[in-house]
Design a protein around this ligand. Structure first.
Ligand SMILES: Cc1ncc(COP(=O)(O)O)c(C=O)c1O
Length: 407
């Protein structure tokens, strides 16, 4: 295509930097929040698509109006029942808004609450998609360190008091309490109560991102913060990306009408894709409960291979805690390793990793850390990819000093 017309002088100054053109997936891809290809319930989705289209296909002639602007009603009904059963959230389908992936939920919640110069509280290591959005909005982010039980309440209490002394009321506390991204921790119920106590004391709402909550290794999960709140000061978001498939782009927001009514006024896309919602509702109502344990088992098998290979190839140079679920392992390498540099040299050899600093508010703490997504590569690709990564790390940084018990 000829491109002699120059648009550059027309771009507004705050536009993000230009995207890099996609040149294909790396051979060993440990990045992103991709899912386990073998576990996408393709046959079930095909049958669901066929059934729902035959029955209701003609409703596609309207802009989702058969169900109203909040999304396909049977999907919201499925969600209300599922949220009650698993997260113990009592809500009606009318308290749920279907959105185009929980990334859109982040944009919409930010859209109704944030203005340039505001302050929000986040976990120190957290989702890159949340951090880049906040940076772009010109919002100050205050990171709270985590331990093996999620966000540390002593540090949160100290920060809230400190901000209050400076007359700053943060707009929200963003947390991923159930299988945290990237650390894989689950915040226990008692700590959730403490968090709610602080949120109420300082009148700072909680923004609960629960998109990994279906992927816990243990059957039972703690109740959602939304379920435990006595004041309604929790906005809860979730997604089908991690439980079914990310390319469907279906997520949801659970909130009271005071917030939902403002969000609906901002969501001017005439509704999220209806076909995906219809197929999901048709599939999930009868099959979700049997699908999830299979997905968990497969993910856990891949995680075990990843941890085994890291131990074998990196030895004590790779430190990590076993995550409580999900699709990521958060790995600490020796202090001499700069994972932003490791990322570059590994990519040149076909291995993609997520460097720690992109997933953290603390540059020094995250410099030698990396996030590995184990859901998408096969077990064999995990073994080969990690073996290559160890060789590159050794060549670039001299660690691990021995590989697989060889000098
Ligand atoms: C914590 C968290 N929130 C939100 C998202 C966005 O997910 P989606 O837009 O696919 O629902 C992700 C994706 O990886 C995530 O890790």
């Amino acid at each position: 295509m000829t491109e002699s017309f120059d648009f550059t002088p027309l771009f507004p100054p705050e536009l993000p930097a230009a995207a890099v053109k996609w040149t294909g997936a790396p051979r060993y891809n440990f990045t992103g929040g991709n899912n386990d290809a073998g576990q996408v319930p393709v046959d079930g989705l095909m049958a669901a698509a066929d059934a729902v289209l035959r029955r209701e296909g003609r409703t596609l002639a309207t802009y989702g109006l058969a169900s109203g602007p909040q999304g396909y009603r049977p999907l919201r009904q499925f969600l209300a029942a599922k949220l009650k059963r698993d997260a113990r959230i009592s809500c009606s389908f009318d308290d749920i808004l279907i959105v185009s992936g929980s990334l859109q939920a982040l944009d919409l919640v930010n859209g109704v609450l944030l203005a340039k110069g505001d302050t929000v509280i986040v976990e120190e290591d957290t989702y890159q998609g949340a951090l880049t959005r906040l940076a772009r909005l010109g919002v100050n982010t205050v990171g709270i360190p985590l331990d093996r039980n999620g966000m540390r309440m002593d540090a949160l209490a100290a920060q809230l008091a400190n901000l209050k002394r400076r007359d700053i009321r943060p707009k929200y506390i963003y947390t991923i309490p159930t299988v945290q991204n990237p650390t894989g921790t689950i915040m226990p119920e008692e700590r959730r109560s403490e968090l709610l106590g602080l949120s109420e004391e300082y009148r700072v709402p909680i923004f609960e991102d629960d998109c990994y909550a279906d992927l816990t290794w243990e059957e039972l999960r703690p109740p959602a913060l939304h379920a435990m709140s006595k004041t309604g000061g929790v906005i809860h978001i979730g997604s089908f990306s991690k439980s079914i498939a990310p390319a469907l782009r279906v997520g949801f927001i659970v909130a009271g009408w005071q917030i939902l009514s403002r969000i609906l006024a901002l969501k001017t896309d005439a509704g999220s894709g209806a076909l995906e919602q219809m197929v999901l509702a048709e599939f999930c109502a009868p099959h979700f409960a049997e699908h999830i344990p299979k997905l968990r088992r497969s993910l856990r098998g891949k995680l075990d291979v990843l941890m085994e290979t890291l131990n074998e190839q990196f030895g004590t140079a790779a430190e990590f805690d076993t995550p409580k679920g999900g699709i990521f392992l958060w790995v600490k390498l020796p202090d001499s390793v700069d994972t932003l540099k490791l990322f570059q040299s590994a990519l040149a050899a076909g291995v993609a990793i997520n460097p720690g600093p992109e997933w953290s508010t603390n540059g020094a703490h995250s410099k030698s850390r990396m996030r590995l997504c184990f859901a998408n590569p096969s077990k064999e690709e995990i073994r080969q990819g990690i073996t290559t990564l160890a060789q590159i790390c050794r060549t670039t940084f001299g660690v691990p000093s021995r590989i697989a018990n060889r000098e």
